[in-house]
Design a binder for this molecule. Structure first.
Ligand code: DNO
Length: 358
């Protein structure tokens, strides 16, 4: 595995590449061109420029998170082919630069959803948290405004103000899109980008829905083992793979995380490793990465990745905000650095135990 950190690019991140380089074991970043709206083509020069910035800092771009998919593709409107063509050209430009892991999601309207971006824990740290009751009693526009207002002045991934200033219109546009239609549109998209992925060896790693159930009445289709395997069967090609995101799949306590890893196996191209603390169904907060701080057995999950021969990038995921850091909620330096070292410690121990036949 390759340990990485998500980095939003110049001007969008409070964390610098120089800081990332000093986290023991971290050799690369997962990044994006954050300013390019979903649906637009990524120019070759911009990709090259980004690559140079990262490489000049002694790191490597290990993957892109995300090349976002335009709503027309998810909805299946007549103009979707135009946006798919832009996506293909973006993949071509990435492929030409040797970047071949692309994380994306197929969630309608909202990307990941949390009801509190700074829930205070007893130790004074703050975390992202979710309570289904809040989602059930708030309208989507107010919810969006609230998320936007509480993000410490950062643009949160998947919550682009321009797109989401039209929440009502977006909901209207999705009104006939049920889960079958959304799934069919995903298959259409994956089939259309197949040739470019195969030409450049690009691995498309879909990000599971977060939380792993419908929110605000919108369908969600990548929520657990069955739906992931269904997608792999529908487009049974190696380029069609998964971002194994523990925090997203783990929002549903019924999802057995190590079992999902073992079932999906070599189609996991990228892993987000993190912990959640569950209080009740639909009520959870994000925890430190350590098993003892949350509900997941982190050893078992990392062991499953190790046992299945996972050799792609791992990144610690949302961290707590600690030590007075001013950062995008979930994406500070300190707790993610602690998370990276903890995951590396688990990995080393598993590696050595295996080598010694323990
Ligand atoms: C949240 C992230 C997601 C993820 C996208 C992938 O912090 O895990 O925003 O990047 O869903 O497209």
């Amino acid at each position: 595995m390759k340990m990485t950190l998500r980095w939003y690019g110049p001007g969008y991140d409070s964390v610098t590449l120089e800081q990332i380089r000093q986290i023991p074991g971290v050799t690369g970043v997962i990044t994006t061109l954050y300013d390019i709206p979903a649906g637009e083509k990524w120019p070759k020069e911009r990709i090259r420029e980004l690559k140079k910035i990262v490489e000049d800092a002694g790191l490597k771009i290990e993957g892109i998170e995300s090349v976002n998919v335009h709503d027309s593709i998810k909805i299946g409107t007549p103009d979707r082919d135009k946006y798919i063509q832009n996506y293909i050209e973006t993949l071509e430009n990435l492929g030409e630069e040797g970047i071949n892991i692309v994380c994306y999601n197929f969630m309608p309207v909202f990307d990941w959803t949390r009801t509190d971006l700074a829930k205070m824990r007893p130790d004074g740290s703050t975390v992202l948290a979710y309570d289904q009751k809040v989602v059930d009693t708030i309208d989507p526009q107010t919810f969006f405004n609230q998320t936007n207002d509480n993000s410490n002045g950062f643009v949160m991934p998947g919550w682009e103000p321009e797109r989401l200033s039209h929440v009502k219109e977006l909901f209207e546009a999705y009104k006939d899109v049920d889960s079958d239609k959304l799934f069919a549109n995903l298959v259409y998209f994956l089939e259309a980008i197949g040739p470019v992925c195969e030409k450049y060896g690009i691995k498309m790693a879909i990000h599971p829905d977060d939380p792993a159930w419908p929110v605000f009445g919108l369908p969600r289709i990548i929520t657990g083992k069955e739906s992931i395997l269904k997608l792999f069967k529908a487009v049974d090609k190696p380029y069609n793979g998964l971002t194994f995101c523990m925090g997203s799949l783990g929002t549903n306590p019924k999802n057995d995380l190590p079992a999902i890893i073992r079932a999906v196996g070599d189609r996991i191209y990228f892993a987000h490793v993190r912990n959640l603390h569950h209080f009740a169904p639909g009520v959870f907060e994000e925890a430190a990465h350590l098993s003892s701080d949350g509900t997941f057995d982190m050893y078992e999950a990392v062991k499953a990745l190790h046992d299945t021969g996972f050799d792609g990038p791992i990144r610690p995921d949302h961290g707590r905000t600690i030590w007075g850091e001013k950062c995008m909620p979930g994406y500070g330096l300190y707790d993610r650095a602690l998370g990276a070292c903890y995951i590396e410690g688990l990995w080393e121990a598993i590696d050595k135990a295996e080598a010694r036949g323990v």
